[in-house]
Design a protein around this ligand. Structure first.
Ligand code: FA5
Length: 374
């Protein structure tokens, strides 16, 4: 910046002369008008309105002028800078509008073209149903717990009050894992026959109160037919807390079926026997299709419940105190309830699937109608 001195008249500073200011302003306006792209305009802006532009340099000279000359020079430079920045903004708008118009044309999508025919795929309805059930319980504060599919016999049977000589042990058609104890029926490893061993693992791993939902695959030496498969899925539920009763179990079951099948759905319990629950019950729900209206009504038969009005869902009961003791839980202080049911069977009646084999053959013609649910 120049400083006033005796041999130099600051009013006469070259860069501040009116004709010089006019010249650099016109030069800037011409460059702005000539910029034919946003990139070019950016360069013009640096050259003609940036910190090192002639107008910015002239502006700095003003500070060195005597007071009486400052106002005039300031007005001249200010007007020139204002005109340049206005022109820059206007050209910027023009160029942006041109660009947007060009993009709309260049990137237009022809929605009438045939779409990508590679199918996006979907998850198996057994997985989505199992996850939907888990979500119902997670929303109530339950935790998802899992266990191994190759399980120790102790977890699968003994800890569940199914000792080696218990008659109910033979009703589970078990796959024994060879090798663990020299092979075949001596082995102490099995493919788990139900998800109930996860109850035991959960009680050994946690202190009460315990609220877990346990989904998983299980195995039985059943023949593959329309209603049985040797590999199927179950969901198990276990709650252990102070003061739990059958009423809590019933309320929980009602909430589950209402969440899955809609308002007004009810459950009923029929006496049954499981060694690991006492008392035990078979759990039915009102047929969600006929809502019981097919019973004694030959004009309105129901295929889903065979006009019985109820559908069998699975087994349940209060956790047998002997099971609590095996897991180190004091039955005088805590009680628990559990239930378990098969997902394939639930999917069968929920969607009128007549043959369980359709679910496991991997034919997309079966899974496609279930859509893209994730
Ligand atoms: C049990 O497996 C018990 N662990 C359930 C239980 C849990 C009772 C907690 C009490 C407390 P069950 O053997 O009945 O029970 O089998 C449960 C369900 O598995 C059946 O209702 C049925 O839906 C399904 N299921 C059984 N065998 C098969 C099979 N071969 N194919 C498909 N689903 C099956």
């Amino acid at each position: 910046m120049s400083a006033p001195n005796k041999s130099y008249d600051p009013v006469e500073v070259e860069a501040l002369k009116p004709e010089e200011i006019d010249r650099v302003r016109n030069e800037a306006l011409a460059a702005i008008a000539a910029a034919d792209s946003l990139d070019a305009l950016r360069e013009v802006k640096v050259a003609h309105a940036g910190d090192r532009s002639p107008l910015a340099l002239a502006n700095r000279e003003i500070g060195a002028l005597p007071p009486h000359a400052k106002a005039d020079a300031g007005k001249r430079v200010g007007q020139a800078r204002g005109a340049v920045s206005k022109a820059l903004a206007a050209r910027q708008r023009e160029l942006e509008a041109e660009r947007d118009e060009r993009v709309l044309v260049e990137e237009a999508v022809d929605v009438t073209l045939p779409h990508d025919r590679v199918p996006a795929g979907a998850r198996h309805p057994l997985t989505t149903l199992s996850e939907r059930i888990e979500d119902i319980f997670v929303a109530m504060g339950y935790e998802v717990a899992e266990g191994p599919e190759v399980e120790a016999e102790w977890f699968n049977f003994d800890a569940l009050n199914l000792g080696p000589d218990h008659p109910a042990r033979s009703t589970h058609d078990t796959f024994f894992v060879e090798g663990a104890k020299g092979g075949s029926a001596d082995a102490d490893l099995v493919l788990r026959t139900h998800t109930s061993p996860v109850q035991i693992r959960s009680m050994l791993d946690r202190e009460p109160p315990i609220y877990v939902v346990c989904p998983g695959r299980v195995y039985r030496t059943d023949e593959l037919d329309a209603t049985h498969t040797p590999v199927f899925s179950q969901v198990e539920l276990l709650a252990v807390d102070e003061g739990l009763t059958m009423a809590d179990l019933k309320g929980t079951l009602d909430h589950m079926v209402q969440s899955l099948f809609g308002e007004g759905m009810r459950t009923r319990l029929r006496p049954d026997y499981f060694p690991f629950t006492e008392p035990s019950a078979e759990m039915d729900m009102v047929c969600f299709r006929c809502r019981g209206e097919s019973v004694g009504n030959p004009d309105r038969p129901c295929r889903t419940c065979s006009s019985e009005g109820w559908i069998e869902l699975g087994g349940c009961g209060m956790v047998n105190p002997r099971v609590l003791v095996a897991c180190g839980i004091d039955p005088a202080r805590y009680s628990g309830f559990a239930f378990g049911f098969g997902i394939e069977r639930m999917l069968m009646f929920r969607h009128n699937v007549e043959d369980i084999r359709d679910m496991i053959e991997g034919d997309v013609r079966f899974t496609r109608p279930f859509g893209m649910e994730i």
